[in-house]
Design a protein around this ligand. Structure first.
Ligand SMILES: [Zn+2]
Length: 254
């Protein structure tokens, strides 16, 4: 049987190498298996992505530049004349020995465990907006209930901020507004900026320790409690109660 035509020429040109003796062939194979060299044909079996990158190596990518501008030197550059150059800002060198200043309100410690003797009678009571609203809901007359609580004359005080707050509440709270405008109430004008009633009351109480604060607002109560010497009036059990006052003042608490 003759070989096919495309094979016949090849075989003719390339003389078959003499086959090595059997022992040598065996050794050769063993040597290949043991060595750590990559097997022949390794490069051609690399993943496609790596193969294609190989040809690109060492070349830099070129992107077309557009909208390029002439570079400008900064106004602080050394090459500009001293007169025309912008002056460099010198940072203030901080002295590490100076203490960092923080504002923490300081309260007198003398009032922490003692009763504030600046308080009445008559007691001046700063009234919060919600205190009036809750009093209306509980059908309590403000001045009368205050006196029932403290057994002494009480003067409810309304600051401009609180009044503004009630006015802002609108038509639904017109009863509260009418109560706040009661002639028995004292008006306290505000000179600070802003009309946030909570801040207003806290500020007043911090500066002048001659007031009781009447509120049902939990957050405001929490803030007032941090200031020593300021009792808090609140509503519970359909009557007014007072916090942080000696027990022998006013009505019995429960
Ligand atoms: Zn105010």
């Amino acid at each position: 049987m003759s070989p096919p035509p495309w094979k016949s020429g090849l075989q003719e040109r390339k003389a078959a190498p003499p086959t090595p003796p059997l022992r040598l062939r065996f050794r050769f194979r063993v040597a290949f298996q043991v060595s750590r060299l990559p097997p022949p044909g390794y490069l051609s079996r690399r993943p496609r992505a790596l193969r294609t990158n190989l040809g690109n190596m060492g070349k830099q990518k070129k992107t077309k530049k557009y909208a390029t501008m002439k570079r400008m030197i900064s106004l602080r550059d050394q090459r500009i004349k001293e007169k025309e150059r912008m002056k460099t800002k010198h940072k203030k060198e901080e002295d590490p020995s100076t203490m960092k200043e923080r504002e923490i309100p300081q309260y007198p410690s003398c009032l922490f465990f003692q009763y504030n003797t600046n308080l009445g009678p008559p007691y001046y009571i700063l009234v919060d907006t919600n205190f009036i609203n809750f009093s209306i809901k509980a059908k309590l007359d403000l001045v009368q209930s205050m006196m029932d609580c403290l057994y002494a004359k009480c003067v409810p005080c309304i600051t401009d901020c609180v009044m503004a707050e009630i006015e802002k509440l609108g038509q639904k709270y017109r009863v509260a507004l009418r109560i706040a405008k009661d002639p028995r109430f004292e008006r306290l004008p505000c000179s600070h900026k802003g009309t946030y009633a909570d801040d207003c009351l806290v500020q007043r109480v911090t500066q002048h320790k001659c007031y009781i604060v009447a509120t049902v607002d939990r957050d405001l109560k929490r803030r007032i409690r941090k200031i020593p010497g300021v009792p808090i009036m609140y509503i519970s059990n359909h009557r007014y109660n007072i916090e942080r006052m000696p027990d022998d003042y006013g009505a019995p608490r429960f």
